[in-house]
Design a protein around this ligand. Structure first.
Ligand SMILES: [Zn+2]
Ligand SMILES: [Zn+2]
Length: 747
């Protein structure tokens, strides 16, 4: 009877893998042991060859749903004296796990349990097991053991302890295990903070508030959220008014898959993701006549939809019986509020009531947001369920602080890059404090000593200031990485590319080393360096940043630059405004030049008559994409690439002609998208490199991405796109870390 040593790597810790191995080995009557080690999980089994074969097979096919095995190796060892299979304590330093587990959505077993009137956890909102429950959101320090989590203050009752200590129980070593006797408790408070109900009655009070059309502040897994009845126009509008959020879409949580499927088009691949351990929000096509209030996502054919990911949400949705708007509990662009007292102080004038509990949330964690494209999940916001799972990446250790909006921190160390959750914007003191605490957390969790700090080239980003201060404090070199270089590098990191690649980095804006605002770049990236081989012809942006909120300003600047006249851009202004802005452009007063494709989108959206002003970033481009989806097959506009410069003059002339002829906005919108895909191909042909990377905020646009990918594919190019790390600034820190680490290696 030979003995087999099996080495398993990937996400295998904190997901119930060891108890699973134990039960499997016992069932197959194999001897040996399983152990957590720094590099993953090690197993030794001894027994008949057929049983060993079964074991290996079932190890892969029946692994816990949250486990993700990236490598499995086995070797034959000499036989030793037979002994029953056991779980060995983790190897010394072995509990210094190389990966920090991500939070896991409620599993089917726990879901059944909380709905079973005979179970002792019937309707208990903090039920969890080794396959589900809070992880990253409750971890104070590693190793991941209960005393170092937010559950430290809840001593196990005898029954929970029995489950925790029994290797045959699915709660064996489930660190946050709890029950109504020993675990956290719900409370309901009015807007003034007075406690009105506890436990089951608190949940009922929250549901009653929602049924009255009120705004409920719910302490969820990663902080407070605002909930309102998604079917009630007055309730949703009430939330918009109170929160000061005019048009940006809200996400909707549905009680179950049937309710979700009635409101949105959802296929099998999307369901797997929605019901999987990460359970993100997915942007799905909305069905005609869905019973969702218009104010949820105005003028948007898609809906951000998701399913309850915690028992608390599950029970709440169950009792309410319909879809609920579920959005971050914060003020404007600040991070989510996580503490009870802070919630009362900061959210008291928005919420009509608070459904809270006594389990601390240790760090804010938003819901992740993604979209399915041909069965592939592409994340737009990477947070709950995904962060901080590692990406395999070799290189000297670097700490990178990301951008200014959609912030994130990346720590590259020990053969992996750990990218933090989405941190939001860094405009507020709270946002900057979150950046600092996230840096401190990652450094402590991974016991890393980075050799270099990285940040953006922009001198005024909050993350740039923080990085400079950190580099001084730790006396480390600071690498300032150009914005679009980092965008391309993030995709290279995700797909394991070394370069040279042609990167098309198209977004709203990033600091260009030449003093202009970049955003329509063709960069050849090879190792730590890049070469700008092409870009959109720069055009003036009267008022600079103000143009982001006023797409009509981009239209005016573009027309003046390309047509020599305000032309069709004049329609969105008064005569006085046209005169004033034309003067600004002529004298270059507060009028930076930009090569941004994002601003080109704004300009065209304004010219087509869709939006001359935006309530939130990207709104005009989204409106143009939605129109273009209806104009598929409408042809294209000409766009000229000469000496690396893409000149939209012919495009504008053709568009102006279409406007004169009264062409349909959907046709014009589609032709514009198709022209950009033609441009992508022209850039690729000019660069002559086989691998092309698409990145930057513009590639959140699904139609643009698909058209570019198809066009490049027809041209024989191999296309790489962001998937689990967003196309937007959320992945800048990953790209910065990649570039800075290469820089270090090349020195
Ligand atoms: Zn469970
Ligand atoms: Zn208990």
């Amino acid at each position: 009877m030979p003995r087999l040593r099996i080495q398993v790597q990937g996400v295998v810790q904190g997901v119930g893998f060891r108890p699973f191995v134990y039960r499997l080995a016992r069932e197959l009557r194999l001897g040996g042991w399983v152990q957590n080690r720094p590099e993953g999980i090690r197993i030794e089994v001894q027994g008949p060859a057929s049983a060993q074969e079964d074991f290996l097979h079932r190890l892969l096919s029946e692994a816990p749903r949250a486990a993700a095995i990236t490598a499995i190796r086995s070797e034959v060892l000499p036989e030793v004296e037979a002994a029953p299979f056991e779980i060995l304590t983790s190897e010394s330093r072995g509990d210094r796990l190389p990966s920090i587990p991500a939070d896991l959505a409620i599993c089917p077993d726990c879901e059944r349990e909380i709905l079973d009137p005979k179970a002792r956890r019937f309707r208990y909102p903090f039920t969890n097991c080794t396959a589900c429950g809070p992880r990253y959101s409750i971890i104070a320090a590693l190793p991941y053991d209960r005393p170092r989590t937010a559950m430290a203050a809840f001593p196990l009752c005898p029954e929970c302890r029995r489950e925790f200590e029994n290797p045959r129980d699915r709660r064996f070593h489930a660190q946050p295990v709890a029950c109504p006797r020993c675990g956290p408790r719900l409370g309901f408070s009015g807007p003034g903070g007075e406690l009105e109900a506890e436990a089951g009655e608190a949940l009922a009070a929250g549901v009653a508030l929602l049924q009255r059309g009120g705004i409920l502040a719910l302490k969820g897994l990663g902080g407070f959220q605002f909930l309102v009845d998604a079917g009630s126009q007055p309730a949703v509008q009430w939330l918009r008014d109170r929160k000061g959020r005019a048009e940006k879409p809200f996400a909707v949580m549905f009680p179950d898959r049937a309710a979700l499927g009635a409101a949105c088009e959802v296929d099998a691949a999307a369901l797997v993701v929605l019901e999987g351990p990460a359970a993100p929000i997915l942007l799905l096509p909305r069905r005609e006549g869905a019973a969702i209030a218009p104010a949820v996502a105005p003028e948007n054919p898609d809906l951000g939809a998701f399913l309850p990911s915690t028992p608390l949400h599950r029970l709440l949705l169950d009792s309410f019986g319909g879809p609920l708007v579920c959005t971050s509990g914060n003020r404007s662009e600040e991070p989510m509020v996580i503490g009870n007292a802070e919630a009362l102080a900061r959210l008291g004038d928005i919420a009509d009531g608070f459904l809270h509990h006594d389990r601390p949330v240790l760090r804010p964690l938003d819901d992740s947001v993604g979209r399915m494209e041909g069965g592939v999940l592409r994340l737009l916001r990477r947070a709950r369920g995904f962060a901080p799972l590692p990406l395999a990446l070799e290189g000297p250790s670097v700490l990178a602080l990301g951008g200014h909006t959609k912030g994130s921190v990346t720590l590259l160390a020990g053969g992996q890059a750990v990218v933090s959750q989405h941190l939001g914007d860094l405009d507020s003191p709270q946002g900057l404090a979150l950046l600092d605490s996230t840096v401190a957390d990652l450094l402590a969790f991974l016991e890393a000593n980075p050799q270099r700090i990285a940040c953006d080239l922009h001198p005024d980003y909050g993350s740039t200031h923080a990085a400079a201060a950190l580099a001084r404090r730790l006396t480390l070199p600071l690498s300032r990485v150009q914005h679009h270089h980092a965008h391309v590098a993030a995709v290279m990191a995700e797909h394991g590319l070394d370069g040279p690649v042609l990167g098309l980095a198209w977004d709203g804006s990033g600091w260009g080393p030449d003093g202009t605002v970049w955003g329509g770049e063709a960069l050849v990236v090879d190792g730590s360096g890049f070469r700008r081989v092409g870009h959109l012809r720069p055009f003036p942006l009267p008022g600079g940043e103000r143009a982001v909120r006023e797409p009509r300003r981009s239209a005016l600047g573009l027309c003046l630059a390309c047509l020599g006249t305000v032309g069709p851009a004049a329609d969105a202004f008064t005569l006085d405004e046209v005169a004033l802005l034309s003067q600004m452009v002529a004298r270059s007063l507060n009028t930076p030049l930009t090569s941004s494709i994002g601003r080109l989108f704004d300009a065209v959206a304004s010219l087509v008559g869709l939006r001359s002003r935006s309530d939130f970033e990207g709104q005009a481009a989204m409106a143009l994409e939605f129109q273009a989806r209806r104009g598929r097959g409408a042809g294209t506009y000409p766009i000229l690439l000469r000496s690396g410069q893409a000149d939209p003059t012919l495009l504008l002339e053709a568009l102006a002609e279409d406007l004169r002829r009264g062409a349909a906005p959907s046709a014009m919108a589609f032709r514009f998208h198709a022209a950009l895909a033609d441009l992508a191909l022209a850039f690729a042909q000019a660069a002559g490199l086989e691998q092309v990377v698409l990145s930057g905020g513009c590639f959140q646009n699904q139609l643009l991405s698909e058209l570019c990918e198809a066009r490049l594919g027809q041209g024989g190019f191999q296309v790489f796109r962001p998937a689990l790390y967003p196309a937007n600034d959320g992945a800048l820190s990953l790209g910065q870390a990649w570039v800075a680490s290469r820089l270090f290696m090349e020195r």
